[in-house]
Design a protein around this ligand. Structure first.
Ligand code: SF4
Length: 426
């Protein structure tokens, strides 16, 4: 006899309206913060295309509380942070709901990041903003997934440059800041370059990408430093939002610098290339439509060709080393995890740790949201293997969620730094 299950009736949430071409003229798009340097440039890309676009400032405790109010607390910490930040902005009274739209990232993978836009829709409806359009920002946006956002080739190219320059500025400033002779000089130089690049993007300047890269590297190459190279280098890897967002990771970069370290953070473009290689890697084990695999290979080649120019410039500098390629990262991960791990940070997380260790940076902080299963598999899950392959590896994992105590995180960092300083050659 069949067993009848009495399923509860699930009420569909109200639909929020779609962002249309007319909305472009009247609405300000609010975007949550993720990586302050990159997103300042990202904002300029949208402004250049005629959108009224605003990236919200760093998240605070109140935004997290707001997120907890509207998103179930078993949902990932990054979702709580970004939804909370957007709802907090809407409730602040600063924005007219009839003239505002909300943007949120959607990675369309096997984990909860696929549902971020739905979480935001439900939260917006509950908070009384059911008439505010929600824009899911995914890689598909370039294929016209959102009617009102027209991502043409020019815009796509500018977005790529925004992230390329963002990576460059973040890497160079982290390399120089701990040794600056004049306090605040490195952050001031970074700020100057953000403003110049924003102007270049906004004014459709005709400078070549390499002209700016040469000048940025030259400026950071000659900035006055004292005691260069006298601190142990510490890598930060992990979930993308917690890794780059100072508010979400309780200002991890500053903390490591205060404890006597120099921070190294892998590039955001590596994450994008990792997403792009997904079809190409899957093709090795399962059926992937021919054109999907081809698109992925061409995209990777185009991006890497541009990054080669920056690698050349960095290679000629006094202070800086060129970044690795995505192909190299794939080779580093392959002996440890399958490169078909494409959920969360997937194989990239393992590859970044191996790359850091091979660059003689054995001190690594692996940050992950509490309960982030994919990153626990390819982050925490591979530590035993990494330690057995690289005996000098000094890796600590830190979980972030609204309930985790800062004292616990601080203790772990202090312990990592104590070992790092002890092992650092005097
Ligand atoms: S990567 Fe982790 S934190 Fe991010 S959506 Fe997936 S499960 Fe959540």
């Amino acid at each position: 006899m069949p067993i009848l299950i009495d399923y509860p009736v699930v009420k569909r949430p109200h639909r929020t309206p779609e962002f249309t071409a007319q909305d472009k003229e009247i609405r300000t798009i609010l975007c949550p913060q993720m990586a302050p340097i990159h997103f300042a440039l990202f904002q300029a890309v949208f402004e250049n295309q005629g959108y009224c676009f605003e990236v919200l400032p760093e998240v605070d405790r109140e935004a997290v509380e707001e997120g907890l109010r509207y998103v179930n607390n078993d949902v990932c910490y990054p979702a709580i942070v970004v939804v909370g930040q957007l709802i907090q902005a809407m409730k602040s009274g600063k924005y007219d709901p009839d003239k505002t739209a909300l943007m949120i990232s959607q990675t369309c993978g096997g984990c909860r990041s696929t549902n971020y836009a739905t979480f935001l829709k439900i939260a917006a409806v509950k908070a009384g903003f059911h008439h505010v359009p929600i824009i899911p920002f995914s890689i598909d946006i370039a294929n016209g997934s959102t009617k009102g956002i027209n991502v043409n080739f020019k815009m796509l190219k500018k977005m790529f440059l925004a992230f390329l320059y963002g990576d460059l500025l973040l890497t160079l400033s982290n390399r120089c800041r701990p040794y600056e002779t004049v306090q605040g000089s490195v952050n001031a130089l970074t700020e100057t370059w953000i403003n110049r690049l924003r102007q270049e993007i906004l004014s459709n300047g005709k400078h070549r990408m390499t002209d700016f890269a040469v000048r940025i590297v030259r400026d950071f190459d000659v900035i006055e430093l004292t005691g260069e190279g006298t601190r142990p280098r510490v890598g930060i890897v992990g979930e993308i939002l917690v890794k780059y967002h100072p508010g979400a990771n309780n200002h991890l970069i500053s903390l490591i610098e205060q404890e006597g370290g120099e921070v190294v953070i892998p590039n955001i473009l590596d994450y994008m290339l990792y997403c792009l290689t997904s079809d190409e890697q899957r093709k090795r084990y399962s059926h992937v439509p021919f054109f999907a695999g081809l698109k992925s290979s061409i995209g990777v080649r185009l991006i890497e060709r541009q990054r080669d120019k920056v690698r050349n410039i960095l290679g000629k500098s006094r202070r800086f080393a060129p970044m690795g390629t995505i192909r190299h990262l794939i080779r580093l991960a392959e002996p440890i995890v399958s490169t078909c791990n494409h959920t969360g940070e997937g194989w990239l997380l393992t590859a970044e740790m191996v790359e850091l260790i091979e660059q003689d940076i054995p001190n690594i902080v692996c940050v992950q949201p509490f309960g982030c299963l994919p990153n626990h598999v390819t982050g925490k899950g591979v530590l035993k293997e990494l330690r057995s392959r690289y005996h000098k590896a000094n890796i600590t994992t830190i979980d972030y969620d609204p309930g985790s105590t800062e004292v616990n995180q601080l203790n772990r960092i202090k312990l990592l730094m104590a070992v790092a300083l002890q092992n650092f050659p005097k």
